[in-house]
Design a binder for this molecule. Structure first.
Ligand code: NAD
Ligand code: WQD
Length: 339
């Protein structure tokens, strides 16, 4: 029996693969490498000393994906695969709806055909209606502001409806807040293509000198220092949350949505200051205008994760800053370093 990890060569997927293998699960990984590098797969094997099947397949291609179900005894799916850049999704909505929705529908059709009834889905805090009271709980109102977010919203709906119709299905919707950090070895980490959109990859590349300076998007928000506040969560804590979700899905049916966050908000300047202090490096920055679509504050109510999964975040902001920097320093060009 194996867990099919879609998008397993990506940032969160690769860390989760390591945790699953270390826990003793067998895995099968599929990724079209549209936003990742085959070296991540090699590094997972190197870190764990374990081998597993890897398919460089397109999930939207039903014939290709069916081969994976035919060739392996899959009993659970962790579905990370998807396009995830918010700004790009506004420019290319069709691409986002097509990739994220069609891949999920293909996967679900094959799960039904091959009698696979457990799925853990990578959702996002982005499904919560902007302006929701903080900390935000799973029962808060849902509404999105961009096509990327709507794909998460729609996939949550699709999976919920399937689990309603198929009473033996178990669907766990994990709503991640802001994942940062990397594996302690510095062997796997986040490797964005082009100029990073997200804060921490921008900081690490600035500290390295690859980027000149960070633009802090707004210092006039209603927060303790005027800069945006988010719930940053270590990717290793997140990965562990997936192992707990798999265990939960093994013995429960129906759909449950669960926040994976720390419950603690940090501002942009808190992150810059902690990063500089922990790593002894400078991160030059300027204050820039607010970024369209941003809100002042987002952080989780993580109580349900503790109650339902027995999970809570363990890593500190210092761990996150140290581990992000180790990965970036050891891999100045990401997985492209050894080219
Ligand atoms: P990532 O881009 O590093 O990983 C996604 C992987 O999916 C990539 O390796 C990509 O090549 C693969 N992929 C995409 N479309 C595919 C397709 N059609 N067929 C096969 N493979 C495909 O992203 P990540 O940061 O690891 O995020 C994983 C999941 O978590 C995504 O669904 C993302 O939307 C979600 N998520 C991410 C964040 C975040 O900030 N990183 C926050 C909330 C939710
Ligand atoms: C964090 C803070 C920015 C870059 C996004 C998605 C969300 C989820 C996680 C997938 C904000 C500020 C950033 C920079 C800055 N992904 N910032 N300068 O926007 O909270 O969430 O990633 O589901 O859906 O929207 O993350 O890292 O982009 O920004 O000042 O160069 O850093 O304004 O306050 P965000 P982020």
């Amino acid at each position: 029996m194996s867990i099919l990890v879609t998008g397993g060569a990506g940032y969160i997927g690769s860390h989760t693969c390591v945790k699953l293998l270390e826990t003793g699960y067998d895995i099968v990984v599929v990724d079209n490498l549209s936003n990742s590098n085959i070296k991540a797969i090699d590094r997972i094997k190197q870190l764990t000393g374990k081998d597993f099947p890897f398919y460089k397949y397109e999930l939207c291609d039903e014939a290709q994906t069916e081969k994976i179900f035919k060739e392996n005894d899959i009993n659970c799916v962790i579905h990370f695969a998807g396009l995830k850049a918010v700004g790009e999704s506004v420019e290319k909505p069709l691409e986002y709806y097509d990739n994220n929705i069609v891949s999920t529908l293909t996967l679900c059709k094959l799960m039904k055909k091959y009698d696979v009834k457990q799925i853990i889905f990578s959702s996002s805090a982005t499904v919560y209606k902007p302006g929701s009271p903080m900390p935000v709980s799973e029962t808060a109102e849902l509404a999105c502001t961009n096509p990327y977010g709507w794909t998460k919203y729609m996939i949550e709906r699709i999976l919920t409806d399937i689990a309603f119709a198929e009473k033996q299905w178990s669907v766990v919707l994990l709503r991640y807040f802001n994942p940062i950090g990397a594996h302690e070895s510095g062997l796997i980490g986040e490797d964005p293509t082009g100029i990073p959109n997200n804060l921490v990859p921008y900081i690490t590349q600035t500290a390295l000198g690859r980027l000149e300076k960070l633009s802090v998007f707004g210092n006039d928000y209603d927060t303790h220092d005027g800069t945006g506040v988010r719930d940053y969560i270590h990717v290793q804590d997140l990965a562990r949350g997936h192992v707990d979700a798999v265990r939960y899905a093994e013995s429960n049916t129906g759909t449950t949505a669960i926040n994976l966050g720390t419950g603690q908000g940090y501002s942009v300047l808190d992150i810059v200051n902690a990063f500089e202090k922990v790593n002894g490096v400078k991160v030059p920055y300027v204050i820039a205008p607010r970024r369209a679509g941003d809100v002042a504050t987002v952080y989780a109510n993580p109580t349900k994760a503790k109650e339902v999964l027995g999970w809570e975040a363990e890593k500190t902001l210092e761990d996150m800053c140290r581990d992000s920097w180790r990965w970036q320093k050891q891999n100045p060009k990401g997985y492209g370093t050894e080219e």
